[in-house]
Design a protein around this ligand. Structure first.
Ligand code: GLN
Ligand code: ZN
Length: 757
């Protein structure tokens, strides 16, 4: 009996082998067959890890050289016109990355994770046809190793739901065109073996489904599950519940349903539909996207609850989603404290959790198996140790939260801005930047050498100060109004604060794929958060001491800190956010007391944090706004609070943004003229706004005329009194020469516009 299951496995490699070989290939240092060799090796190793752990359902086609959505475009031959003269790997990588003459396909976030997929680009003139070679090759590769895999595919409704059509029309209209291709792929899969399992990922089912999309589920799965009689289909969703879709899918001939019981507890509500239908349930009970050790006893209780309705016969134990979202293995952490290590579980460790849980659950006589018995005992102990550890509990933090008196700053915006305009003495169309300046090799080296104790604190600091000096001299030279220190001491806007907050942990090798060959190493929050000492004051006041102009202090807000970290699972997110907010509010107070007059609290990831289900949005907005206001609660009326967000679509969240009550918000708009700004006017938004006047995502230097035009376009929508002038986002990924010319042009442009007003 096959009783356990893994939705998908990471592919980047335990030492990021895939990243390394891809980047060498792109740099033309190795030929493509080197990539293929490494990829094949990785697949083999990953399958063997799973087999050795005792996993029954192991995936193929969860591997990808760049992204599985891109693989699906290739499977369907959905190739945008500009790439059609290319073939093979050149075609594939050019679609993902572009080249001198071809713009890359768009990339965006995969649901509410930090993984990014390549957005399919569809057109009426596409010619879809089946390309199943990758799927077949990987299946056969595993078969040769004696491993019979289930085949992972991204389902047609999710594929279309995440696509864009170049004519802007509804991609779901293409269902009739892509379904025959899926059928053909499934028929070919059917020829590979006598019986074969296919996991079709339909995570789109966890969003609120429009009636039209809902109506497509049954016909689609009626058709796909009768394509090849020896192919068993499992339709899998994750990150939330999929109740609407489940109620429909049980009336199609699919073999099973994969549901997430970690992030979609509501899935329990439709168990009786599944039970009555006789479908198999692949129950995601081991968290596939967080790093905490499973609590076996708790999971066994959950499984008992599920089996009361469903029985055990049709139940299969699984991860809640693909393990793509967690690091490879905890055994690679050589520097982590043993105590903390014992609380964590990465991809490889989760495999064992799956098999142990399934044995504990299914094998009646497990009580006589000493190993199993020990595993349960050890797990219970580890969870107990974590819960009672001194490291995670901090009474002072709890006290502070309990005694909180002040949740927002004094004064209404209208009153504050009058005082600020007077004390800060700035005029309309004030120029500034978003915070970071180019990260040079020199400062990167200094930071990493300092971390490894290879240079002294003094040398490190003098290197940073030298950089700050240069940043300030440059900003003064071009006559920018509000200056920044440039963020040389920060590797990353979340990691920097994490490193200084109590309750935060770091990994040595905890890489997670972000997109293509790009990986991130998110820090993790394990304990109550507090700020032992000021985190930014020294750098900011140093910068302020070097100029008579105003220096804007630079902090990261709680939602962004949460979204880019692994967060403890034993406390609600909004409470963790509140602890972070208190720490930030203390920093705000220290900065203003040290003479800093403007403080920016970045909420780059504010929108990413939105729940997938609309009925949960209100609650999220409530605590996200409350915690931003808490950060600013210590600011005096004359201290100006800025925030920055890295996107431009504000239509649906404008009221929430307004409620955050920042004095100034800087946003991204350069790529869309003034269209996206209209909403601010429409709702009568009062606070000040700095819509980016040029795009920092490309090395192109915008001309003075171009920026003048852009500023004039902004002035068509909003009055000059309300506008700040700045680039789209931080400049850390750009080169100094572009940055210098671009900002110089920006300041010149503002002067021209002002003189004509
Ligand atoms: N202050 C940060 C910077 O300039 C903001 C980065 C961001 O918005 N992602 O780098
Ligand atoms: Zn940004």
């Amino acid at each position: 009996m096959s009783k356990n299951y893994v939705t998908g496995f990471p592919r980047i490699g335990e030492q990021r082998e895939l990243k390394k070989v891809l980047e060498s290939f792109w740099a033309k240092k190795v030929p493509f067959n080197e990539v293929e060799t490494i990829a094949k090796n990785l697949r083999q190793r990953h399958w063997e890890y799973q087999r050795n752990a005792g996993i029954d359902y192991i995936s193929s086609n969860d591997f990808s050289l760049y992204d599985t959505m891109l693989d699906t475009s290739i499977m369907l031959n959905a190739i945008p016109k500009r790439f059609r003269d290319l073939t093979d790997e050149t075609l594939y990588f050019t679609m993902a990355r572009g080249d001198k003459t071809r713009i890359a396909m768009e990339m965006t976030k995969w649901f509410n994770t930090n993984y990014h997929y390549i957005v399919p680009e569809l057109s009426l003139e596409d010619h879809y046809k089946a390309n199943a070679s990758k799927i077949i090759n990987e299946y056969m590769e595993a078969k040769k190793l004696g491993i019979k895999t289930k085949i992972n595919l991204i389902g047609p409704l999710t594929f279309l739901g995440l696509s864009k059509r170049i004519d802007g029309k509804d991609p779901y209209e293409f269902l009739g065109r892509v379904l025959p291709i899926y059928e053909e792929v499934l028929s070919r899969i059917g020829t590979l073996d006598d019986i074969i399992t296919v996991q079709i990922d339909e995570p789109i089912f966890v969003k609120d489904l429009e009636p039209k999309v809902k109506s497509l589920i049954k016909p689609t799965y009626d058709r796909l599950s009768t394509t090849a009689s020896n192919v068993k289909l499992i339709v899998t969703s994750y990150f939330e519940h999929a109740n609407e879709a489940t109620k429909i899918l049980v009336n199609t001939p699919i073999w099973g349903l994969g549901l997430d019981f970690v992030y979609g507890e509501e899935n329990l509500e439709v168990l009786d539909f599944i039970a009555k239908s006789g479908k198999h349930l692949i129950a995601g009970v081991v968290d596939g996207r967080n790093i905490w050790k499973n609590d076996f006893q708790k999971t066994l209780n959950l499984l008992d609850k599920i089996s009361q309705t469903l029985g055990k016969e049709n139940l299969i134990i699984s991860t809640s989603c693909s393990l793509l979202h967690v690091p490879f293995s905890i055994t690679l952490e050589k520097h982590m404290k043993e105590e903390i290590k014992n609380w964590l579980s990465f991809a490889v460790e989760k495999l064992d959790e799956i098999t142990i849980i399934s044995r504990l659950f299914f094998e009646e006589h497990h009580k006589h198996d000493k190993n199993l018995h020990d595993a349960l005992r050890e797990n219970t102990q580890a969870n107990l140790n974590r819960r009672s550890s001194k490291r995670i509990h901090d009474d002072l933090v709890l006290q502070k939260i309990k005694n909180l008196q002040k949740f927002q700053r004094d004064g209404q915006f209208e009153e504050r801005i009058k005082i600020q305009r007077k004390t800060l003495g700035y005029s309309d169309l004030t120029t500034t930047t978003i915070g970071s300046f180019p990260q040079t090799g020199e400062i990167r080296t200094a930071r990493s050498q300092y971390k490894k104790n290879l240079i002294s604190k003094k040398d490190y600091e003098s290197c940073m100060k030298h950089y700050i000096d240069e940043c300030i001299a440059f900003q003064e030279e071009i006559d920018l109004d509000v200056l920044v220190h440039g963020e040389p001491e920060r590797n990353d806007m979340v990691e920097y604060f994490g490193e200084q907050l109590k309750g935060y942990g770091f990994t040595q090798n905890g890489w997670v794929q972000s997109y293509g060959s790009r990986c991130v190493k998110p820090p993790f929050i394990y304990g109550d958060i507090s700020r032992p000492k000021p985190m930014t004051v020294e750098w900011i006041t140093y910068a302020q001491s070097k100029t008579n102009k105003i220096i804007k202090g630079m902090l990261t807000g709680p939602v962004t800190i949460l979204n880019w970290s692994f967060v403890r699972d034993d406390k609600p997110r909004h409470i963790v956010a509140q602890e972070i907010a208190v720490a930030i509010s203390e920093e705000v107070d220290d900065l203003q007391n040290a003479g800093i007059k403007i403080i920016q609290i970045d909420e780059a990831a504010f929108k990413e944090g939105y729940p997938l289900r609309t009925d949960k949005i209100k609650e999220y907005e409530k605590w996200a706004v409350a915690n931003f206001k808490l950060c600013a609660s210590t600011a005096r009326k004359e201290t100006q609070i800025h925030t920055h967000m890295c996107y431009s679509e504000f239509n649906d969240i404008i009221k929430t943004i307004e409620a955050m009550d920042a004095d100034v918000i800087t946003i991204e708009t350069a790529r869309s003229g003034n269209e996206l700004l209209k909403i601010f006017k429409k709702v009568g938004y009062k606070q000040e706004i700095g819509p980016g006047v040029y795009d920092i995502h490309s090395p192109r230097v915008p001309s003075v005329e171009e920026i003048v035009k852009q500023i004039n376009r902004l002035l068509e929508v909003l009055p000059k009194e309300q506008l700040w002038i700045n680039p789209d986002c931080g400049l850390k990924t750009r080169g100094w020469s572009e940055v210098k010319q671009s900002l110089e042009n920006m300041v010149k442009a503002v002067k021209l516009v002002k003189s004509s007003l």
